[in-house]
Design a binder for this molecule. Sequence first.
Ligand SMILES: C[S@@+](CC[C@H](N)C(=O)[O-])C[C@H]1O[C@@H](n2cnc3c(N)ncnc32)[C@H](O)[C@@H]1O
Length: 350
Amino acid sequence: MLETVYGTITVSRKKKFEKTLYSDKDGIRFATPQVVAQYRAKRIKYKTLADISCGIGGQVIFFAKECDFVYAVEIDPQKIEYARKNCELHGIDNVEFICGDALSTDVIRQIPKVDIIFSDPARPAEENKRQVVSLEPGIPNVISAYSGKTDNFAFEAPPQMPPQRIPFDCEREYMSLNGQLNRLTLYFGNLKQCECSAVSLPCGAHISSTNTACIMNETQTPKTYAYEPEPSVIKADLLPQLAGSIKHDSGNIDLELFTIDKKRLLLTSGIPIRHTMLKNHYSIIQVTDFEPAAINSLLKKHDVGTVVLRAGVDPAEYWTIRNKIENGLSGKNTIHLFVKNKKAILCKVI
Ligand SMILES: C[S@@+](CC[C@H](N)C(=O)[O-])C[C@H]1O[C@@H](n2cnc3c(N)ncnc32)[C@H](O)[C@@H]1O
């Protein structure tokens, strides 16, 4: 199994937590993965913090490791018991657990003035369009209920929401984990450092709206090299800042945008570059008509064993196309195959 080293611990890419947590199915599904929880706890490292919708405590464990004292509130009695046991499992003794509705006067009364109020609210399991009004407890209600305790709030929100759909004066920090869009955190008050930022975990690379931007031209013809930006950068609308940062590191290079389709885009340049906010670096070995049988012969010539099909293919035809492309391949190379306007772009990871 692939493994990722983060700080001093090793977290398997497939496991959410290094130690197996006590939980029901729901609690573990919505718990913040350890690598994200650790990153966030380090960023919100203050003396006192209240997590007012703590679930099974996936995030609280790591807040407690960074803060002097943490208040953990949860409406569901079963979940708060899991949170208590999970903190015990980690040898944590600086958390006070409060079971109740975070918006009730009884719970608010029990929380003293703190440096930070954090909430990772519940959200519907499925929604056609993610929106802040579906979060429970709601962000405006939490800010109004706890405004006497602090000015510094942080909230988790669904990362599918673009920055424009978040109607608050806050920083919107999009995170990708192992190359997939994973989390969005909203920072208010002194926690806000900029309008928008993107983080790539586990490496911790970061880019923000304060970086110098550089507008890229759109091209219809890919150059010798292609790059896939971290999805957090795309979601945060920070491609111009990424281009500015690459140009700063690599000199005045010919970087252009090459949009594949609504879901996929590449950057392309005539010279090789490396950047921590690029999740894949490719050299383009051929652009040809998207004819599966002809592509198969071409791949054999390039000693390919594995093809990663990166195209919007009709699901009904997916396996037929894939089988034709992969038929008899046994080479040592892996190719990513993108399709744009019926042209196949064969990319080798470098
Ligand atoms: C997404 S989960 C939190 C997961 C948590 N961050 C973790 O890492 O384990 C949201 C939690 O908010 C709780 N919740 C929803 N409304 C609440 C309220 N009004 N007061 C307190 N907790 C609430 C839900 O019961 C649920 O456990």
